[in-house]
Ligand binder design. Sequence first.
Ligand code: SF4
Length: 349
Amino acid sequence: MTTLADALVSWHSKHGRHDLPWQHDRTPWRVWVSEIMLQQTQVATVIPYYERFMRRFPDVCALADAPLDEVLHLWSGLGYYARARNLHRAAQRVRDDFGGVFPTDFAAVESLPGIGRSTAGAILALSREARFPILDGNVKRVMARRFGITGSPGERAVEQRLWALAEEHTPHVAVGAYTQAIMDLGATVCVRTRPLCALCPLREECHAYRTHRQHLIPAPRARSRTARRVREVVMLIAQREDGAVLLERRPPQGIWGGLWCLPEFASESAARGYAAAELRAEIEARPLAQVPHAFTHFDLVITPLLAQCREARAGAGTRDADQLLWYDMRAPARVGLPAPIQQILASLT
Ligand code: SF4
């Protein structure tokens, strides 16, 4: 009888993706970076970021030795910046605790910041042919449909059943090919809405297909009854006569942690007060067009206020001067900028 792994590996050899940048020269380092970038992010978006990142950081020690600003600079626009901060910390752990060599021991891999059970399994399976199951969001969906596991994968009991199935069906040979195949099937065929069952090698045995319940398995997440939260902030674009714009580094934790941002205020009057008192800047009468930005759990609406500074003086009093930077858009510093801030700055030129 054809096993699930045989069917997937055979399908992948003919129909899977084989030319993605991280599929060549599969070192733990290259696979690790790709697995982190691909979390919650589409392949097409990741490719240019991945290539730039690998050019700048060809090995784990190059990343470990780099300043965090440089790391966030190369991650700017990719979102979920905790991934980049954790990757940087983890690279330093590999450099300091493992002599710069990625560990082979599963528990050691899983102990690194930003690496959970599934990511640890994927790195070791893809780069070392070590037999460990994976269970990312795509694989959960494939397993749940194929074996008719109802309930939400977010529930502990459901997740445990899925892990048990993932463990049982991970093959003892060609584990790297199987891992790549099941991830690809979930990403390209067994997609969340309207899976392409006609192209699927698991169709004959698939519980969801045979019972026409693809849309019910896995159980959709319960929708929150509360309205999506909207947060409104005012951001000051303080611009000097030479064109440089004042940026402030955000705290290491929280949204856009460690990235550089326009100074943020709760109200227009607070921004005006700061501009007048600390920058001796004049704010233009009318705010610029609002910039919306969607986070996972809320919407941010930014009202940018443009202020012309007569003097290059900033940071006294309420703001920490070490966390301020006059950003020259003609010779930009290599720091991390959130996408909406890049958008606002681009609109000035
Ligand atoms: S037959 Fe359809 S639902 Fe079942 S695993 Fe394949 S793509 Fe998913």
